[in-house]
Design a binder for this molecule. Structure first.
Ligand code: BTN
Length: 328
């Protein structure tokens, strides 16, 4: 879209740039450049224009669109990134286009989700303009590994992206919630489509929801003691486009590995774990069992010693951790 090409050009200039130069660069008319500038202003971009000097971008609004992402990702990579204003759920949308043949690496982002989904059929609140809601399509050439490791690797990738963009050191609560200062900052919902006959994975949709620029006290009552945002914890507004781009880059690296040479992910996962060594409660349906989280095994299952003396390597399930947001 020419509008976002113009935006990206303005973002890369520190001084004024003439409309003529922009039109030459993109091989479009001056009128098309004028229209693009008008459309960008309508979206809230403050663009100054001075006769004989051209245009200069003064301030960008807090929006997440292709134009913003283009500042951080190559044109080629952007070819597989779809940025929507509003969708029911980026996971649902991506699963639909995956079934129609979307390429591995396809990304769907949205500024708002009307029916964001969490694990165990829960809702994931996804208000407009503050969080990052992103889904990434993988098509690994392996048979279905334990899904616990898929999702654990994604947690490490997202924690690394957050560290790069805003310096925050997240914790990982088994299996894949990211925490900051004992509250939840990010949830991941990984959905797998497996060929029944062969057990081969057709695709994996990794859906990530990060609380980014929500203000302290802005979360609704039902999650205010559980959730926090990067802004609330660091005091700094975070560019969602920058964060999205880093998440995409980290997931590209992860996908490229195709589950080989994953030792660095396992050691980071263990270092970031806020579960190991803690008193926990394991919730399986109506049954709740108290115990201690002993270690993360090499396959990312959680070794638990229950208070009744029994032991288990947990592959899935809900765990609440003493001292963290969801321990009651
Ligand atoms: C959880 O904490 O239970 C997982 C939350 C996952 C939310 C993300 S937001 C992007 C993607 N689309 C969805 O509908 N869900 C995931």
């Amino acid at each position: 879209m020419i509008k976002y090409d113009v935006l990206s050009r303005l973002k890369n200039e520190t001084d004024f740039i003439s409309g003529e130069k922009i039109s030459e660069d993109f091989g479009v008319s001056r009128a098309a450049v004028n229209l693009a500038v008008k459309a960008l202003r309508a979206e809230g971009y403050d663009i100054k224009s001075v006769t004989n000097r051209g245009y200069k971008l003064i301030k960008s609004p807090n929006v997440l669109n292709e134009g913003e992402l283009m500042s951080y990702l190559s044109k080629e990579r952007m070819g597989n990134v779809l940025c929507l204003e509003k969708v029911n759920s980026t996971n649902i949308y991506l699963k639909e286009i995956a079934a129609e043949g979307a390429d591995a690496g396809q990304v769907v982002l949205a500024d708002e989700q009307s029916a964001g989904r969490g694990r165990l059929g829960r809702r994931f609140l996804s208000p407009k303009g503050s969080g990052l809601y992103i889904s990434y399509l993988m098509r690994p050439s392996v048979e279905a590994p334990e899904s616990v490791s898929l999702t654990a690797h994604a947690a490490v990738a997202v924690a690394r992206a957050i560290k790069t963009v805003c310096g925050a050191d997240c914790g990982i609560k088994w299996v894949n919630d990211l925490t900051l200062n004992k509250k939840k900052i990010c949830g991941i919902l990984t959905e797998l489509s497996v060929e029944a006959e062969t057990g081969r994975i057709q695709n994996i949709v990794v859906g990530i929801g990060i609380n980014v620029n929500e203000k302290k006290g802005s979360f609704p009552a039902e999650i205010k003691d559980i959730a926090t945002s990067l802004y609330s914890e660091t005091g700094k507004k975070v560019s969602r486009a920058h964060l999205a781009a880093e998440v995409i880059k980290e997931l590209d690296v992860l996908a490229e590995r195709n589950f080989k040479d994953m030792e660095a992910y396992l050691s980071d996962y263990r270092k970031m774990s806020v579960t190991i060594g803690k008193d926990i409660k394991v919730i399986k349906g109506d049954e709740v069992k108290a115990g201690k989280a002993v270690k993360i095994n090499d396959d990312y299952t959680l070794k638990v010693e229950y208070d009744d003396g029994t032991k288990e390597n947990l592959m899935a399930g809900e765990v609440s951790v003493r001292g963290l947001y969801d321990y009651t």
